[in-house]
Design a protein around this ligand. Structure first.
Ligand SMILES: Cc1cc2nc3c(=O)[nH]c(=O)nc-3n(C[C@H](O)[C@H](O)[C@H](O)COP(=O)(O)O)c2cc1C
Length: 209
């Protein structure tokens, strides 16, 4: 089993990375392979609503998002992590998530029915709003949402400061334990013949018609 952990910070090895590493350590200790995927610090295009994904099954813009999509097909679970920028998840990370989820949320192989956790890191405030935003992607995509002993957040400003947030790190380790448990339950369920639900789709009621 493999878990992909997305580092949505422009800093490759900053506080978000360290929080994700805490989760990865727990998963690895339980024999679950991990990869921390950094979205980089180059500009990531937002969705341009071209509709290309509706015909191609992947985003028409070939970049870090499509590279991640290719990897994600093979993954069994995810952690999506972002630093707080102005009380929301960092901008590049939001562009990444918008395009990832819009292009493959319904393809049945990349994201759906795979457990996922959101985590946020900040100096002081905005973690709850940011967590809410990231959870919106996960819960839009038929993905079991992983919780912890506190809301999935940790605090620190300068690189490395998050390592001083003892409760934040404990929360991260509990994310790892809960994610490992749910992954094993899904694996056991599949082995016992539990089938994935056949989801309903098609109804799309806009408010103006
Ligand atoms: C543009 C920008 C905006 C930020 N806005 C907030 C904020 O609203 N609330 C907060 O507590 N910290 C804010 N921060 C601080 C970061 O969230 C904090 O330094 C975090 O640890 C960065 O994580 P990283 O090392 O993974 O990049 C901001 C940082 C930047 C660069």
């Amino acid at each position: 089993m493999k878990v992909l952990l997305v580092n949505g910070s422009p800093r490759k090895e900053g506080n978000t990375y360290l929080a994700l590493k805490e989760i990865a350590g727990v998963l690895e200790a339980q024999g679950i392979e991990t990869e921390i995927f950094w979205i980089g610090n180059e500009a990531i295009n937002g969705c341009i609503m071209c509709g290309g994904c509706r015909t191609e099954g992947r985003c028409a813009i070939n970049d870090i998002v499509t590279a991640f999509q290719d990897k994600a097909v093979q993954a069994d679970g995810f952690v999506f992590g972002a630093p707080v920028h102005f009380a929301g998840p960092a901008g590049n990370f939001c562009s990444f998530m918008d395009r990832l989820f819009y292009s493959c949320v319904n393809d049945g192989k990349t994201l759906a029915m795979k457990p996922a956790a959101a985590i946020t890191v900040a100096r002081r405030a905005g973690t709850s709003a940011s967590l809410d935003r990231i959870n919106k992607y996960i819960t839009y995509g038929h993905m079991p949402l992983i919780s912890s002993s506190y809301w999935n957040m940790a605090f620190g400003a300068k690189c490395g400061e998050v390592l001083q947030d003892e409760e934040g790190l404990q929360t991260m380790r509990n994310v790892g334990l809960n994610l490992a448990y749910v992954l094993r339950c899904i694996q056991a369920g599949q082995a016992a013949g539990v089938e994935r639900p056949q989801h309903e789709c098609g109804a799309r009621t806009n408010f103006i018609r």
